[in-house]
Ligand binder design. Structure first.
Ligand code: AMP
Length: 222
């Protein structure tokens, strides 16, 4: 099963994908995580990606498509994947459809997360992530703080703030989302694959709630 997480930065795509991975046994793949790992390891890909990410821009399509193509060849995704942060442009979506078609697969479900803009900025500015690349746990200093300040509950590593999680860069990322990524909503709507979900503290519905509901629906339908 191939699931796509769609939504502006800070809507909780990673959180939903993580919970779904645990409940459905399908691998969570985040292109953002792949880029951050490469930046940390100073690989050729990392050096290219860094300049775009630090300014809140998208990494070019050809680079990103090659990254996901390679990742989808790995044996741990033979039964499916939850793609978090890919595709982000119509060109990437078309490339993904072609890639999957060649394997006799297709995109099965697109989960579109929606959160009010002011809440998104607040969530991102309050976000902290585990510095351990194998853990990558995500916290929110207000909604979901760690038990010990600055330390990951899961692995004990230091928590850090992502470099692109500043208000100024978030505004750029949101602009890019609405210009380049939101046309994907129509792309997948035409295919009848979108499940729209609101994530907002104002209605007391967080990523974990959405993931539980979606996982139950998938299990009941299979
Ligand atoms: P994320 O962790 O999904 O918020 O991604 C962090 C950053 O990585 C984004 O702001 C982009 O600069 C870059 N990135 C991640 N996925 C993609 C993608 N599919 N296409 C282009 N750039 C991406």
């Amino acid at each position: 099963m191939i699931i796509i997480m769609l939504g502006a930065p800070g809507t909780g795509k990673g959180t939903v994908a993580d919970v779904l991975e645990g409940k459905l046994g399908i691998k969570h793949i985040s292109t953002g995580d792949i880029f951050r790992k490469n930046i940390k390891e100073k690989t050729k890909l990392g050096i290219i990606a860094q300049q775009y990410i630090n300014e809140g821009n998208l990494v070019p399509d050809d680079v990103t498509i090659d990254v996901i193509k390679e990742r989808l060849e790995e044996p741990d995704v033979a039964d499916g994947a939850i793609l978090d942060g890919f595709p982000r442009t119509v060109k990437q979506a078309e490339a993904l459809d072609k890639m999957l078609q060649e394997k006799g697969k297709q995109v099965d479900l697109v989960i579109e997360l929606m959160t009010p803009d002011d809440e998104i900025i607040e969530r991102i500015v309050q976000r902290r992530v585990c510095s351990n690349q194998d853990c990558k746990a995500v916290y929110n200093l207000v909604l979901h703080p760690p038990k010990v300040e600055g330390i990951c509950d899961k692995c004990g590593s230091k928590l850090i703030k992502r470099k692109d999680d500043t208000e100024e860069i978030v505004k750029e990322r949101l602009k890019n989302y609405f210009e380049l990524t939101s046309p994907l909503i129509e792309y997948y709507e035409k295919q009848g694959k979108i499940d729209k979900e609101t994530v907002s503290v104002r209605i007391n519905r967080l990523g974990e709630d959405v993931a539980k509901d979606v996982a139950n629906r998938i299990k009941n339908n299979s």
